[in-house]
Write a protein that binds this ligand. Sequence first.
Ligand code: NI
Length: 207
Amino acid sequence: MDASGTNPHIAPMAILKIARMGHPVLGRVAEPVTDPGAPEIKALIRDMIVTMHDAGGAGLAAPQVHVPLRVVVYHAPAERTDDEERDGHETAALTVLINPEIEPLGDEMSSGWEGCLSIPGLRGEVERPAHIRYRALNINGEMVEGEASGFHARVIQHECDHLDGILYPQRMTDMSKLIFESEVRHIVEADEDDVGGENEVGEEAAE
Ligand code: NI
């Protein structure tokens, strides 16, 4: 601590600049974190969380803030989840995953609308495995594992794709489903039953 009461070795909290599609950092395979307990990793995670909240995103991966390391933060709140699909793995409080590994559970696929803070203003429909298992280090450097379904599974897969240099349009099979956020109302009108939960295409969908 210095006279001002702050630790001079840790940068002050900051809202970070988000890389946009086309920046090379978004196309690279990120490096594993070797020391999850390092002060600079803790500072990075802290800044990623404030940046995600500031931008109104559901998740954020370190490459999106120009740091090519395998770190993601996200949350999957209950209001994003379709009640009928809830199986106990659908929601997640604010979560930090370091060096995550994921694998699909079963063959079931699910379509849902995604956005990305690195691709502002757009939404795209992406098909992904509906259920996954994940394994990672948490913010304390402890191994954690779990299962995820629905929006929770989608946000983890979207964020982990960032760690491998993949953006959601690269996962799309029907590019007619890449649309501007401002035109989302047409989908809402056309497909009233899909509004809410996993298929919600509101502001909060940005990951
Ligand atoms: Ni994203």
